[in-house]
Design a protein around this ligand. Structure first.
Ligand SMILES: Nc1nc2c(ncn2[C@@H]2O[C@H](COP(=O)(O)OP(=O)(O)OP(=O)(O)O)[C@@H](O)[C@H]2O)c(=O)[nH]1
Ligand SMILES: [Mg+2]
Length: 187
């Protein structure tokens, strides 16, 4: 690999932000990834921040500084602040709560407006709570949340269950892949 293209991938530390409505499962995802176990979170007051160095798989050697910001309405005003310093946005949905999809989509579109360089910005959508029978299908998630964003963003969608970790094994490889695709597109 030549020097120009290798410098493209030089950065191995990635600040990323976890957003989504309250009760979506952001903190459960964060601590599942950090501790590989289920924690019983309480609604986040302000934010949590954890640094995770990946030591296996395609994202091995990469470090992710993960900001998990409270999703209750009074904290959503803070979201743009975190998005501005992040190299990827992870938006977490409670896929079983379809009554809140409209609200979640409005919040997603609103916060995307604060991305400083929106062209091909990495957006990873986690459709959480797949253990629940009423969880929406992938097709519904795509139609509701990402169809209209497809051209402008690098989008990955993961179906997951944070309480068991199912689906999250692909989390870091997919985030890294989105970040690298975004950098390539903006070269
Ligand atoms: N059934 C099920 N419940 C889950 C899952 N992930 C999280 N939960 C539950 O959902 C509730 C909310 O989880 P949190 O991680 O606190 O949600 P949050 O998005 O951080 O919420 P805020 O901090 O208020 O923004 C908790 O009772 C979790 O145990 C999942 O995959 N399946
Ligand atoms: Mg939380």
């Amino acid at each position: 690999m030549g020097s120009a293209s290798s410098s493209l991938f030089q950065s191995t530390e990635h600040p990323i932000v976890l957003l989504g409505l309250d009760h979506a499962g952001k903190t459960t995802v964060l601590y599942r990834l950090k501790k590989q176990k289920m924690v019983l979170p309480t609604p986040t007051v302000g934010f949590n921040c954890e640094t995770i160095k990946v030591n296996h798989g395609p994202a091995r050697g990469h470090t992710f500084v993960m900001w998990d910001v409270g999703g209750q309405e009074n904290y959503r005003l803070l979201w743009p602040h975190y998005v501005k310093t992040s190299t990827a946005l992870i938006f977490i949905l409670d896929a079983s709560d379809q009554q809140k999809f409209e609200e979640a989509k409005v919040e997603l579109d609103t916060v995307l407006q604060s991305v400083p360089n929106p062209d091909k910005f990495p957006l990873i959508l986690l459709a959480n709570k797949q253990d629940k029978p009423e969880a929406a299908s992938l097709e519904t998630i795509i139609n509701t949340f990402t169809n209209d964003l497809q051209e402008n963003y690098i989008i990955k969608i993961l179906l997951c269950t944070a309480v068991t970790g199912e689906g999250l094994e692909k989390f870091f490889p997919e985030v890294l892949s989105a970040i690298q695709q975004s950098k390539r597109a903006n070269r």
